[in-house]
Design a protein around this ligand. Structure first.
Ligand code: BGC
Length: 510
């Protein structure tokens, strides 16, 4: 028998017994390393694209421009090929997340995570050993397939393994690992930038570490009970449910699991069902959360922090150090989110963040507009204020749009459309991450300081969205969202009226 914290949860009136067992904690920590792979990659790219050894080898014209004394501050890194290095990964991940959703339901969460780690390791080998640009880009594509598979399977795995009462906190473990990955990558870059001319190889090669941990760890973790039941392995599912809950009496939860999976199995076309009117509220919210998460401008900072800090006048090393500081702020503030999301609620975290992020972006924009001309650099004092504002921005993002971008889509879809709906959310996230990664350096070059006002305008819009269109989902059992959230909302209730829409066509097998 595994020891653990006693919990009891209810859904639809039934009461489920269970503990938060040591076994579940270990499995969740192992699975969350999928987030570490994702985060390491986000954090490593910016530093690598600022390293001379890397630029000399693959992007010689950027290297030459970077070292021209009177080069335009805002444009020295603008190069489509260089941006493609960062963004190709996300393009691959858009497609991979749909394949991964198929793999999750057909083969299970565990093999999907194993596949993710293998793709990621293959990509790492190609990138670290790259002798030409094609090898580098193919490596990035393989890494992207790994990220697409992991980002689909890991949050699902965590939500299904967790007792209902602590599902939110375990889900945010994924985002916590994303931020730890970004932070570790920043430190790695800080040291490898000193190793000429091959430090970048070490930076890219160390991505193999989180992938290996996930690969080896995935032999220890189980398949989730729901996935076993979904694929007809009822006895194994029951045994596994007893093991992860740490109690013998799991009948009530097991019954509900069987019912839910029976319903889900009857859905012939989950993607078509997703297009019906009653699916509209969670689908629109799930996708908009991703668009807005990316239009905060977070990845302009995450990918390009070292480049950005060099632009405002820090030297190479000082700029990487500033990126390390934002990395720490990101991790610590995500812990705040874990601790408060189920008490304070989702909306207050999102709204307070919009307020602070708006102020940070507009002030950064104003300072750069006033003081950073095309060929000078900022005074030290102003540059430090810019770094502080970036920290305020990252802190607010990390308790709000970062983790909730993943949490809200995972808790608002009914079971029949949950995997398909989540695949839409993941791929929308990847698409907009790609767009920002690909466009940011060119936008910086053309819009100059105006880019920060561009993001601020989006933040204003998402504040209105959170205020008027986003319902509070704190404490609402996942299967009661339709009744207690969507049907009560002043706008979304219109879509819920004709409930039979979802069932009267050929989406169900009869
Ligand atoms: C986002 C990433 C972002 C990261 C920053 C994640 O939730 O999806 O795009 O880089 O947070 O911590």
């Amino acid at each position: 028998m595994v020891g653990g914290m006693e919990l009891s949860s209810s859904s639809g009136g039934a009461s489920f017994e269970g503990k938060f067992t040591f076994y579940v904690a270990v499995c969740a920590i192992i699975a969350a390393t999928g987030g570490l792979m994702f985060g390491y990659d986000i954090g490593i790219s910016g530093g690598v694209t600022a390293m001379d050894g890397f630029l000399q080898k693959f992007f010689h014209n950027v290297y030459v421009r970077k070292h021209l004394a009177h080069e335009n501050n805002y444009c020295k890194y603008d190069n489509q090929g260089l941006q493609l290095f960062t963004s190709s990964l996300y393009l691959a991940a858009i497609i991979a997340s749909f394949l991964a959703s198929k793999s999750c339901s057909k083969y299970g969460r565990k093999p999907t995570m194993q596949a993710a780690s293998v793709f990621f390791m293959a990509g790492t080998v190609l990138c670290a050993g790259a002798v030409n640009l094609s090898m580098l880009i193919i490596g990035r594509i393989l890494l992207g397939v790994g990220v697409g598979f992991a980002n689909q399977a890991v949050p699902l795995f965590l939500s299904e393994l967790a007792p209902a009462k602590i599902r939110g906190a375990l889900n945010i473990l994924f985002q916590l690992d994303v931020t730890i990955g970004i932070f570790i990558a920043n430190i790695v870059n800080y040291f490898t930038s000193e190793i000429h001319p091959w430090g970048w190889r070490l930076s890219l090669g160390l991505a193999g570490v989180p992938a290996s941990i996930l690969c080896l760890g995935s032999f220890i973790i189980p398949e989730t009970p729901s996935s076993l039941v979904e694929r007809g392995m009822l006895e194994e599912g029951l045994k596994m449910l007893r093991k992860v809950r740490g109690v013998e009496n799991v009948e009530a939860e097991f019954e509900e699991m069987k019912q839910a999976s029976k319903m889900a199995q009857q859905v012939k076309h989950p993607y078509r069902m997703l297009m019906n009117r009653p699916s509209r509220p969670p689908l629109v919210i799930g996708m908009l959360m991703q668009v807005f998460q990316q239009f905060t401008g977070i990845n302009a900072i995450m990918f390009y922090a070292p480049v950005l800090f060099q632009t405002v006048g820090f030297k190479n090393n000082a700029s990487l150090l500033s990126a390390v500081i934002t990395g720490v702020v990101n991790v610590v503030s995500t812990i705040i989110s874990v601790l408060s999301v189920d008490r304070a609620g989702r909306r207050i975290l999102l709204l307070s963040a919009c307020f602070l992020m708006f102020i940070a972006q507009t002030t950064i924009g104003s300072l750069l507009y006033a003081y950073l001309k095309t060929t000078n650099s900022l005074h030290k004092g102003t540059a430090i204020v810019v770094v502080l504002l970036v920290c305020i921005f990252v802190m607010s993002f990390a308790w709000s749009w970062g983790p909730l971008g993943w949490l809200i889509p995972s808790e608002t879809f009914p079971l029949e459309t949950r995997t398909a709906g989540f695949a839409f959310a993941v791929s929308t996230n990847m698409l907009f991450t790609f767009l920002i990664a690909q466009a940011f350096l060119s936008m910086l070059c053309h819009m100059k300081a105006g880019i920060f006002f561009f993001f601020a305008a989006w933040i204003f819009i998402m504040g209105l969205f959170a205020m008027f269109l986003l319902p509070e989902t704190k404490g609402v059992p996942i299967d009661e969202m339709n009744e207690r959230v969507w049907k009560q909302h002043w706008y979304w209730k219109k879509f819920m009226a004709d409930k039979d829409d979802a069932v009267h066509d050929d989406n169900f097998v009869v």
